[in-house]
Design a protein around this ligand. Structure first.
Ligand SMILES: C[S@@+](CC[C@H](N)C(=O)[O-])C[C@H]1O[C@@H](n2cnc3c(N)ncnc32)[C@H](O)[C@@H]1O
Length: 201
């Protein structure tokens, strides 16, 4: 559990937005500090993608990990225009871009990323292949809400198992299930056999 005093100001503002808007879907511990930690490890000129901005809690933790870097990009995609507008209105470092749109439609247009937090219906429960395709070699994909014990509805349980299977069966990935928080799965995309000139094309 993150102590309140350790929660960065930008994350607290995003949590306050969630309370004000009655938005229930913010990411839960330990996802925030984990995102910050993984963001801090992205390579020079690295790129990070979040699918599902919500009120910006995950975005704020990712920005916390990136700090004052000026060589990185952090892009986040939100379908709901009013949420995206509320998040955009906050004070973000220049490397943050909030896209409004459908993650599945945008994914093929955004290029490749060193770290992806897939936290929307699109690109996770559906269209997960597009998200895996968007991982740069050596890139990390993080998903939460994977603890089967949290679900009783057979459709939800089947969806969790489908995501697990898609990740575990993809030969491009090395996968770790982490029984923490809401249930995490972290996957790394193996380097391509024949290295391309750029990790991002
Ligand atoms: C679980 S919340 C995201 C929480 C946020 N990542 C955080 O860390 O607090 C899921 C978000 O995905 C958005 N969403 C749903 N369908 C989407 C889609 N097709 N494309 C992009 N965003 C979508 C929802 O509006 C919602 O804000």
């Amino acid at each position: 559990m993150t102590r309140d005093t350790e929660v960065p100001a930008r994350v607290r503002r995003a949590l306050a937005r969630a309370s004000a808007l009655g938005f229930p879907g913010v990411c839960e511990d330990p996802m925030g500090p984990l995102l910050a930690t993984l963001a801090a490890a992205v390579p020079p000129d690295g790129r990070i993608l979040e699918l599902g901005t919500g009120t910006g809690v995950g975005t704020a933790w990712l920005a916390e990990g990136l700090g004052q870097r000026d060589d990185v990009r952090l892009e986040t995609v939100e379908l709901d225009e009013s949420l995206a507008t509320a998040v955009r209105a906050d004070d973000w470092p220049p490397y943050v871009t909030v896209h409004t749109g459908d993650a599945e439609a945008l994914l093929p247009t955004l290029g490749r990323f060193d770290l992806i937090f897939a936290d929307a219906v699109a690109g996770k429960w559906t269209g997960l292949d597009l998200t895996i395709d968007a991982l740069a070699p050596g890139g990390l994909l993080v998903v939460d809400d994977m603890d089967l014990a949290r679900y009783t509805d057979p459709r939800h349980r089947a969806a969790v198992q489908r995501v697990e299977r898609t990740l575990a069966d993809d030969p491009r990935l090395v996968v770790a299930r982490i029984p923490a928080g809401t249930g995490l799965i972290i996957s790394t995309r193996r380097p391509d056999r024949r290295p391309s000139r750029s990790r991002y094309s």
